[in-house]
Design a protein around this ligand. Structure first.
Ligand code: ATP
Ligand code: MG
Length: 424
């Protein structure tokens, strides 16, 4: 894509009403637009990052037999009454509205109820289980606080996966599989080192649930981390009994601020019982369906990446989530040799389907470099009179100061193959 054609612009000033670092940088770079407090539009560069995050998650969900669907935001009151989660006294974040007929509807803040209800139409016999179903779907939550930019909003896409199993044992085994998959996902998203499998309270169906917490100053949670074991304990379950369970001593723990990027829950039979979801076993006996639910907030992940990996010049995206695989920057004046060379390179890269952002704008080098640093694509390739004289293209990684000149041929060869393993 040609940067001159992007409808968004970078800006220098920090929006006065934004206190969070992620929103400040994303707004300045033109990745997002603030609609109202806690509601942001994703613009071309931001949407590409979000899609890359979603694609990593989708690949990993498919690898553990997830089947992708898309459920509705509009929700039927009667379904939620079956679990007692319609009443505002029990759930205080509902957005509710009414149809013209006066019938009440809600905007879904999660989907355990409707998906369990839906599955009653498809699950009859033991042959129909286990099943694993997920979606990337917009949730609505009337959050009290919305001050962390895209990390806590009132409308956001969630990846929610639900498992439907024959037995507790089968459900426990799948839960473990998801746990390992989440570890892999956060590693791929560049947050592996600072994301901790965190023990939290399990509700009434299991001793613990697990949160995936990323150490982050802007996070709203506090966790006790065990550095060597790379696990953590949520503040609410920081009890002697839990320490004993995990074979951990309090003196080895360190308190850190963190943000919950994902979580996994055993639901037992709470929802299946309420919705009448059951199956006939091989002997024809009616049995309960065991469930789990597993969430990740892709936009919160994106915000946490900005919060934790940026530097004083701007954002630093891990390669797999960067809005483009490559930032090609031309410094040549209109009609110059180097400008022609840059245009040629851009065409060649496009022919090979390399996802490249081409800075073809007629602005000074200083402005181009500042914008490139702000946008944060992992690799920058500069074509200028100087670079051509030195032998080709100047390659610089966004992280660190190293740069090198490589020949045009070498450059083409390198970058036409670079994305075989990633989403670009
Ligand atoms: P929190 O305690 O931070 O409010 P939660 O316990 O409400 O999170 P879930 O309901 O389990 O979270 O949602 C699953 C995932 O969705 C979370 O792990 C988080 O990544 C994301 N998420 C939750 N609330 C929001 C929000 N308001 N804005 C953006 N992402 C969110
Ligand atoms: Mg919440």
């Amino acid at each position: 894509m040609r940067q001159s054609q992007l409808f968004t612009k970078t800006r220098k000033e920090i929006p006065a009403d934004e206190t969070s670092k992620n929103a400040q940088l994303l707004l300045r770079a033109g990745f997002i637009h603030k609609e109202l407090a806690g509601a942001y539009a994703f613009l071309p560069l931001g949407q590409k990052v979000l899609n890359n995050i979603i694609n990593v998650i989708r690949e990993e969900m498919n690898a553990i037999d997830g089947q992708e669907i898309s459920m509705t935001a509009l929700q039927d009151k009667s379904v939620w009454e079956k679990t007692d989660r319609w009443d505002d006294k029990n759930v205080d974040i509902w957005f509710k509205t009414k149809l013209k007929s006066d019938q009440a509807v809600g905007l879904g803040f999660t989907h355990e109820e409707p998906i369990t209800n839906m599955m009653t139409q498809f699950v009859r016999s033991y042959r129909d289980l286990p099943k694993f179903v997920y979606q990337f779907q917009t949730k609505f939550r009337n959050e009290t606080r919305a001050k962390s930019g895209i990390m806590r909003t009132r409308e956001f896409v969630m990846k929610d996966l639900y498992s439907f199993c024959h037995s507790k044992e089968e459900q426990d085994a799948y839960y473990d599989k998801v746990k390992n998959t989440y570890i892999k996902i956060f590693k791929r998203l560049g947050l592996g080192d600072r994301t901790y499998l965190t023990f939290a309270s399990g509700g009434s169906f299991s001793k613990y649930s697990h949160e995936f917490q990323t150490i982050c100053d802007a996070g709203e949670d506090e966790i006790y981390i065990h550095h060597d074991k790379h696990i953590a304990i949520n503040k609410e379950v920081m009890l002697p009994e839990v320490l004993k369970d995990l074979g951990i001593e309090e003196k080895d723990l360190r308190i850190e601020k963190a943000s919950e990027v994902g979580n996994i829950f055993s639901l037992g039979t709470r929802f299946s019982d309420a919705m009448g979801l059951n199956f006939n076993d091989e002997e024809g006996n009616k049995k309960e369906v065991w469930m789990g639910s597993y969430g990740i907030g892709p936009a919160r992940v994106m915000g946490v990446i900005v919060e934790t990996l940026s530097d004083e010049k701007g954002m630093v995206w891990p390669h797999e989530v960067a809005p483009f695989a490559l930032h090609l920057v031309s410094l040549g004046k209109e009609g110059s040799e180097s400008q022609k060379k840059a245009e040629e390179l851009y065409d060649e890269l496009r022919k090979h389907k390399v996802d490249v952002l081409f800075d073809d704008r007629e602005v000074g080098a200083g402005e181009k470099f500042a914008d490139s640093d702000l946008i944060g694509i992992s690799i920058r390739a500069v074509v200028s009179e100087k670079s051509l004289q030195a032998g080709g293209v100047e390659i610089k990684e966004r992280k660190g100061d190293k740069s090198e000149i490589i020949s045009v041929e070498q450059f083409i060869k390198m970058y036409t193959n670079c994305c075989d393993d990633c989403n670009h």
